[in-house]
Ligand binder design. Structure first.
Ligand SMILES: [Zn+2]
Length: 253
């Protein structure tokens, strides 16, 4: 049994065939899907999708690259949405300086608010980090944290991995592990303790080989599992079982 711990079925990419995509995931043994909110409207839509399917849960949060036009009012909305019984976490939130640092101050501010929300609602926190390792570390070192934290689409260096493990955080791998040239991520998979790993598609993005470049979907999560089993030179069923339990324990309320 598999869990896609991070995808975006609420995105317009799935407007035409959302139902069929969800059915394909069920056929491929996907036991649960966590649909990740990226804004107030995306979080509301994620809940709507989760309410139509027992095996889909949602998170609520504002993505760091979505902070430009938001206000504290939106945090109040996330606070309200977080009370919904289908909400399994706060996220994805964090810092992303890949394109620009123009909104660095606002990104930091809203990341902090949302860490507090996760703590307040006793919900797991799903972190998005891109080119902001030091800044994220600094923020997380200096405050009271929610009990459960995952770094989604993990791609840091060995030091970052070690730091995450020391702090008791989880990390999650995407289809990037199937890319032949992603030797950094292959190495991370090799050294990361199995009981701290999740798998995710991040669909519609980052489709694994053999679908690289196409639209991604939750049913492809098994390609990520297969690659991790190959890198770790372990039995696929055993890894599947451990990763399933990790993610279930993490997202279960
Ligand atoms: Zn995402």
């Amino acid at each position: 049994m598999l869990i896609d711990t991070h995808c975006h079925l609420d995105f317009p990419d799935f407007e035409k065939d959302r139902q069929e995509t969800i059915e394909r995931a069920q056929k491929e043994n996907i036991r649960y899907i966590i649909n990740i909110g990226t804004s107030v409207s995306s979080s509301v839509k994620s809940i709507e999708i989760s309410q139509k399917h027992d095996f889909i849960f949602a998170t609520a949060g504002i993505h760091p690259t979505d902070v430009e036009n938001i206000s504290i009012n939106d945090i109040e909305k996330i606070d309200e949405i977080a009370k919904n019984p289908k909400i399994a976490g706060i996220g994805e939130v964090g810092l992303d300086f890949h394109y620009s640092r123009k909104f660095e101050k606002k990104q930091r501010e809203f990341f902090t608010y949302q860490i507090e929300l996760a703590e307040k609602h006793k919900l797991p926190l799903v972190i998005h980090q891109r080119e902001a390792e030091q800044e994220i570390k600094e923020i997380l070192e200096n405050r009271k944290l929610p009990e459960k934290i995952v770094f989604h689409c993990f791609s840091g260096d060995e030091e970052m991995l070690g730091w995450c493990m020391k702090k008791g955080f989880y990390i999650s791998f995407t289809g990037i592990v199937t890319f032949p040239k992603a030797s950094n991520v292959h190495n991370l998979v090799k050294i990361a303790p199995l009981d701290r790993i999740f798998i995710e598609t991040d669909a519609p993005f980052l489709a694994p080989v053999p679908f690289r470049g196409k639209r991604n979907e939750p049913s492809y999560v098994r390609f990520i599992l297969e690659k991790i089993a190959q890198i770790k030179q372990m039995d696929k069923e055993k890894i599947e079982d451990i990763i399933f339990r990790n993610s279930l324990t993490f997202f279960k309320r």
